[in-house]
Ligand binder design. Structure first.
Ligand code: GLU
Length: 481
């Protein structure tokens, strides 16, 4: 059997991390088994149409390297791959079910249903469609059709017995048919619902393994009743647990922290995101944590999928992002960092030095502006107590002497480069029999106006340039008078 999986997102204009993971697992499973990965756009809910939403799906998948073998833009043997373009394909199947007694037309109006729902609520019951229209006679149906009364087509689920199926993660699931309701298969506008389209499309597209969120687990028996009614082979099912923010809450759009694009915008690397998302609900069975996409394809196996919900841990993602940042080449680091340098107003500074002082510290690129704020603006009100540092053996007097000594020497330098600045400062320390730190501490404090900085005095001096460095050193000296 050829393994064929699909990612079937609805174009909502938003790629939730959980959605991305569903797509990723379907992709990894297909690749691991040398099968095919399909992209299908589920846009039958036209009321929820969002401009540009399909493009966002393409862009995200391409961005992370999840290439599809069949899909709307590249076609394939079983197209079209956009459900709204398949609209005319569903009705004949629904009519076939009407003929075989597995479905029926329902003419109940919204108001009638509301009334019955309210009545059920008043009795303390949850409303389930009561099969009212199943009992209409042929003549009654025909009269309504002739009069052009709008209708939906509903599945006729058995009221007795049980339906079972096996999920590859959760094992055998059995439900009482009496708990299932007669879902709408075709809406009044002729569009199929998810409940129907997923079955017809998965069958026609020869999907061997249906991989999707666990919210569909309880409806799967209903889908299987449809497969059986058609005499179609039931696919294998792999349902995925939700991604949670904490033990009680799903990671949701409302938390503002659930979209792939938002993470990318903050400066997370897509490789890190994919790696982290892959481990939300799957583990490789050993303690490896860092995986490229191709390594994931190699390692991914359903036996590593979890039955319990995954907790999204932003700290862990950030840690992982830092690992990926540290592994970048200087050029790649600079390419990713440049938009943040621009934001911070330091894009004109020496990128080799910036990379050297930032790459091992930055965990997410959006940390850069705060980390380097002192490069563009000295907070002149900094506390002179910063000059006192036990480890460097400095206090205000030592610092004053150091700055008083350093300023004229640097002022007189004919050039301004790292080597010269280094040799000059270190040379002075040696000459005066001072620890390097004793000389460099006050210089760096005066340059930065803060105790913790990425980079040392020499690097910061080069980034600031001679004029700004001299200006700051003099401000420092003045503070110590
Ligand atoms: N369109 C559905 C969704 O976005 C897909 C579910 C499935 O994969 O079958 O939730």
């Amino acid at each position: 059997m050829e393994v064929r999986t699909r990612f079937a997102p609805s174009p909502t204009g938003y790629m939730h991390i959980g959605n991305l993971r569903s797509g990723l697992y379907a992709y990894l499973f297909a690749r691991h088994n040398h099968g095919k990965f399909l992209l299908r756009i589920e846009d039958t809910d036209q009321e929820r149409f969002v401009e540009g939403a399909t493009d966002l799906i393409y862009r995200t998948l391409k961005d992370v390297g999840m290439n599809w073998d069949e899909g709307p833009d590249i076609g394939g043997e079983y197209g079209p791959y956009v459900q709204s373009e398949r609209k005319s394909m569903y009705l004949p199947f629904a009519e076939q079910l009407i003929k075989s007694g597995h479905a029926y037309r329902c003419f109940c109006t919204k108001e009638e249903l509301e009334e019955r729902r309210a009545a059920a609520a008043a009795r303390g019951e949850t409303f389930k469609y009561d099969k009212h229209c199943l009992h209409l006679s042929e003549d009654e149906i025909q009269a309504r059709l002739d009069a052009g009364v709008p209708y939906v087509i509903r599945q006729n689920v058995p009221t007795e017995g049980t339906t079972s199926f096996t999920d590859m993660v959760f094992g055998t699931i059995t439900v009482n048919n009496s708990d299932l309701d007669d879902s709408i298969l075709i809406k009044a506008d002729g569009m199929p619902t998810y409940n129907f389209a997923n079955v017809v499309d998965d069958h026609l597209m020869k999907i061997s393994h249906v991989m999707r969120g666990m919210e569909y687990l309880s409806s799967t028996p209903k889908y299987n009743l449809l497969y059986e009614a058609f005499g179609w082979e039931i696919p294998h099912y792999i349902h995925m647990t939700p991604i949670m923010r904490d033990a009680q809450h799903k990671l949701s759009k409302r938390d503002g922290d659930a979209s792939y694009a938002d993470f990318v915008d903050k400066g997370y690397l897509k490789e890190a995101l994919v790696n982290y998302v892959a481990l939300l609900g799957w583990n490789p069975g050993d303690d490896r944590e860092i995986f490229s996409l191709s390594e994931l394809c190699e390692a991914f196996d359903v036996s590593g999928m979890s039955k319990s919900p995954a907790i999204f841990d932003p700290e862990k993602l950030t840690w992982m992002n830092a690992q990926y940042i540290m592994a970048l080449s200087k050029e790649e680091f600079t390419r990713h960092a440049m938009p943040w340098y621009e934001k911070a107003g330091i894009a004109h500074m020496d990128t080799d030095i910036l990379c050297r002082i930032l790459q091992q510290r930055v965990r997410v690129f959006n940390e850069i502006p705060d980390m380097v704020d002192f490069l563009t603006k000295l907070d002149e009100g900094y506390d002179a107590a910063l000059f006192t540092n036990k480890k460097s053996k400095t206090d205000s007097l030592v610092s004053k002497n150091v700055l008083g000594m350093v300023i004229p020497v640097l002022e007189a330098l004919p050039n301004w480069n790292e080597e010269l600045l280094h040799d000059t400062l270190i040379g002075m320390a040696a000459e005066k029999g001072m620890k390097n730190g004793t000389l460099l501490w006050p210089v760096r404090i005066a340059m930065a106006g803060k105790a913790v900085t990425p980079g040392g005095a020499i690097e910061i001096g080069i980034l600031l340039g001679k004029d700004e460095t001299m200006r700051r050193l003099k401000i420092g000296l003045e503070k110590l008078q």
